[in-house]
Design a protein around this ligand. Structure first.
Ligand SMILES: Nc1nc2c(c(=O)[nH]1)N[C@H]1C(S)=C(S)[C@@H](COP(=O)(O)OP(=O)(O)OC[C@H]3O[C@@H](n4cnc5c(=O)[nH]c(N)nc54)[C@H](O)[C@@H]3O)O[C@H]1N2
Ligand SMILES: Nc1nc2c(c(=O)[nH]1)N[C@H]1C(S)=C(S)[C@@H](COP(=O)(O)OP(=O)(O)OC[C@H]3O[C@@H](n4cnc5c(=O)[nH]c(N)nc54)[C@H](O)[C@@H]3O)O[C@H]1N2
Ligand code: SF4
Ligand SMILES: [Mo]
Length: 765
């Protein structure tokens, strides 16, 4: 047993490594995590964790942690500067760029990782300050195709779907490996429960015999990039055999006739052959899924970062819609959000060229308010006078994680101003003019907006466990000071501060909210900066220095108002006037997180935003792409290998861990290759090889592994950090990925389908 010192204590928090944000109980001693385990009281994870969470000390403390603001010198080195100097300089430069070139010269990148979305309320203010709309982030390289479809199917791009795998009796996992990547409720327990139950069926559609496929009843090991063929063939089988849910379609959907017609024209046998999977098995899966009582589809990057990304999303959603597995337990559903992490881009306005900005070089419009990272290097390097000249990066490491590392390096090096806000001196931070140190996610109030559950949804506000390292600051303070330096808001709001301080707690801050409304009505120019104003005023009156959480008050009031019955069902007390502030107080008080709402299944229909309340199945762009499939020649069909660039494994976690010592296995981030392919190239396990995409070649270490299909190789995501100034640890996979190898509609990259040559290094030269 470890000796417990008098300073030791136990606290509640959550894991920040993936979108599940499992609740944790941590033992802390002397400023360090000494023990980490799952929190049985957490309303969602209920004690569950995976092997990655136990290593969080490697995030909290390591050699690359930033302690002071840094300014780059002409010789490329960094010197420590004061916050006042850094923010003063940045404010001046931003104002000069805005004056000379207008707001479009500015872009914001990132803004939240897997566990830190509370800063989002503050960081989006910088876009308003610059009068720019260019928000780029990682969702624009994986999920925007899905959001676009949601806009068409359900009426708004904020209508996000979730999947009730826990209660399904027939689950299709397509292009996802929840055993490693999680993404579903307590993934490994949920998979185990399905596996054990003879009445429930798990089907995995994946070109690799993944850890999830190993648990499955049926594995369809298709050829990479052929999902659109396979899924459309499955749908065609369903409609041909009359297994679609006519009653559901008539009651809830428009446009099925057009879909049915397109599906009936499909050459099923040919398409299944293209996917290279057995027709009988595909037929059986299509039939059984259609007949299942509670069928559910869960997908992720294997569909979203491969050929036909958006069409894949269209077909995947048709699978559950056509079979009536929507709006019910064990199916796919819509859900509520507390933090507005997605916006809605009105396509009619895009078409009219109104209000929504198309980018200068690619003419790309946003989806859900987000621009795709694949185009940003061109918008900086090639857009002429209208180019992006200044960029803020917050909570992201695009120099490693966005497509085409070389293009990002060139583009970022050409900027007039690059500011990076991070907890660590990342590869992107090394390119910056100013690096601003953020307090870690265990040193400040934080929360995630990944509350994607239905019918029961939860929220967890985490309190700080340690003081900020060195001079690092929480993002709310950084952005608020910057707005003040830019002269956009005053530093004091005497009236609001006084009301916030003197108002009795029992009144639920309603007097403050009224005064805030009146202030903003008088000063409309402050409306975009309401988060910082609430932070500086109400924030000061909140207990335990929880100022950063202040903008949750208006969000709580809005949520309680919109989902009144569901919030009450979750046990929150109050009436139409008071429920929101009671809800806010519960957020502040409940250290293990809380259930926000208990919806009724029928609420899914309330979340639909089409005026007729129905799902619109006919999406002409998708039906056109579906019809064009039959003539497709896949890109790179002549390349010997298709690289899956970015696999989730047991020891990768985006770019959140930097110290390679956190890994227990796979130090090189090896290239997985089928034994017969390796033999043909005379490569042995542990050999070095070159992986060449045409854009670049990188050295890799080979791991022979018969779980991949022949002709497919994989490299992990989340490597390549130059920790403590050293050489890249493991593959920098995005040196290989090209900016224009992407979905034409959403511009999200085809990372899982990168045609490559593999060579022995000797033959390289
Ligand atoms: N351990 C770990 N977990 C993570 C993360 C991490 O870095 N490490 N990152 C988190 C994040 S940000 C995300 S977005 C999720 C992603 O989670 P997932 O998408 O589930 O994970 P991946 O391993 O990227 O890809 C999933 C599967 O797609 C398969 N695949 C590749 N090509 C194709 C294809 O053409 N068709 C089909 N059907 N399948 C294909 C791969 O073999 C793989 O098994 O993971 C989250 N969880
Ligand atoms: N080829 C290829 N590329 C991929 C993928 C792939 O599968 N293949 N996966 C993609 C996916 S799905 C994703 S989501 C992206 C993820 O890539 P990114 O969006 O770049 O995000 P992270 O890797 O999470 O990087 C987070 C950064 O935030 C910093 N950070 C941590 N905590 C804080 C904090 O509290 N405040 C601030 N300001 N910073 C903090 C970390 O130090 C790190 O530098 O990668 C993508 N890139
Ligand atoms: S990495 Fe994800 S699944 Fe694992 S403990 Fe953290 S939040 Fe939970
Ligand atoms: Mo992601």
């Amino acid at each position: 047993m470890t000796a417990i010192s008098p300073t030791a204590r136990q606290e509640k928090t959550a894991c920040i490594l993936c979108s599940r944000n499992c609740g944790l109980v941590v033992d802390i001693d002397n400023g360090n995590f000494v023990k980490i385990r799952g929190d049985d009281d957490h309303p969602v994870s209920k004690g569950y964790i995976c092997q990655k969470a136990a290593r969080l000390q490697h995030y909290q403390q390591h050699a690359d942690r930033l302690q002071y603001p840094l300014k780059r010198q002409p010789d490329g080195s960094f010197v420590r500067v004061s916050w006042d100097e850094a923010l003063g300089d940045i404010a001046q430069k931003l104002l000069a760029i805005r004056k000379a070139h207008g707001g479009d010269a500015f872009a914001f990148v990132g803004g939240g990782g897997q566990g830190n979305h509370l800063g989002g309320a503050y960081n989006r203010q910088i876009l308003a300050a610059m009068k720019s709309r260019y928000a780029y982030n990682a969702l624009g390289q994986e999920k925007t195709g899905d959001f676009w479809l949601n806009g068409r199917y359900f009426g708004r791009q904020t209508c996000h779907t979730t999947e009730d795998v826990e209660h399904a009796d027939y689950v299709l996992f397509i292009g996802t490996n929840p055993y490693q990547a999680h993404g579903i409720h307590n993934a490994r327990d949920t998979l185990k429960a399905i596996k054990k139950d003879p009445d429930r069926t798990m089907v995995v559609i994946d070109p690799r015999r993944s850890e999830t496929a190993k648990q499955a009843d049926i594995h369809l090991q298709l050829k990479p990039g052929t999902d659109a063929f396979l899924m459309s063939a499955m749908l065609a089988i369903i409609v041909r055999e009359g297994l679609h849910d006519r009653e559901f379609l008539a009651q809830h959907c428009n446009g099925f006739d057009a879909v049915e017609k397109a599906l009936r024209e499909l050459p099923v046998e040919d398409y299944v052959a293209r996917a290279d999977v057995p027709l009988e098995l595909v037929t059986q899966v299509a039939r059984d899924f259609a007949k299942a009582r509670r069928g559910c589809v869960r997908i992720d990057l294997g569909l979203q970062q491969t050929l036909h990304t958006t069409l894949n999303g269209y077909l995947e959603k048709l699978l559950y819609l056509v079979t009536g597995n929507f709006g019910k337990q064990g199916g796919n559903n819509l859900h509520s959000f507390l933090l507005p992490i997605l916006g809605h881009t009105d396509e009619r306005q895009v078409r009219k060229g109104k209000s929504l900005k198309r980018t200068a070089y690619h003419g790309m419009h946003p989806i859900a308010g987000i621009y795709p990272p694949n185009i940003l290097p061109d918008e900086i390097l090639h857009a002429g006078e209208k180019r992006v000249r200044a960029v803020f990066v917050d909570s992201a490491n695009p120099a490693l994680t966005y497509a085409n590392t070389g293009a990002y390096e060139r583009a970022f090096q050409s900027l007039e101003l690059l500011v990076v806000i991070d907890v660590a001196l990342s590869e992107t931070a090394r390119l910056a003019h100013y690096v601003l140190p953020a307090a870690s996610q265990f040193e400040k109030w934080e929360a995630t907006g990944f509350n994607l559950e239905f019918p029961e949804n939860a929220f967890h506000l985490r309190h700080p466990l340690f003081p900020p390292l060195g001079e690092s600051l929480p993002e709310p303070e950084i952005y608020t000071r910057l707005l003040e330096k830019m002269g956009l808001i005053p530093t004091r709001f005497p009236l609001l501060e006084r009301i916030a301080r003197l108002e009795p707690a029992a009144s639920g801050h309603l007097g403050f909210m009224a005064a805030l409304g009146a202030t903003l009505a008088r000063h409309k120019e402050w409306i975009p900066f309401a988060a910082s104003i609430v932070y500086r005023t109400l924030g000061k009156a909140l207990p335990d220095n929880a100022a950063a959480a202040a903008p949750l008050l208006p969000l709580s009031i809005g949520y309680a108002n919109e989902h009144y019955a569901a919030v009450k069902r979750a046990g929150h007390k109050g009436n139409r006037l008071t429920l929101g502030s009671a809800f806010f107080k519960a957020i502040l008080d409940q250290r293990e997180g809380m259930v926000m709402s208990r919806h009724e299944m029928a609420d899914t229909w309330r979340f639909i935003k089409h005026k007729d309340g129905r799902v619109h199945l006919e999406i002409p762009e998708m039906l056109a792409e579906l019809r064009a499939l039959k003539d497709e020649v896949p890109p790179g069909a002549d390349a010997p290998f298709i690289l899956m660039a970015g696999e989730r494994r047991s020891y990768n976690a985006n770019q959140i861990y930097r110290d390679p010592a956190w890994r227990k296995v796979d130090p090189h981030g090896a290239l997985r290759m089928h034994p017969e392919d390796a033999a043909a190239l005379e490569l042995a396990d542990g050999d070095k090889a070159l992986c060449d995409s045409g854009l670049a070649a990188i050295e890799v270490v080979v791991e022979i592994d018969d779980s991949v299909r022949r002709g497919m190789v994989t490299l992990p995501h989340g490597y390549g950090q130059r920790y403590n100034g050293g050489a890249p640890a493991g593959p920098e996979i995005n040196r290989l990925t090209a900016s224009d190898h992407c979905d034409p509609l959403s511009r999200t990259p085809f990372h899982k389908y990168v045609p490559v040559h593999i060579r022995k290094p000797a033959a390289a030269n």
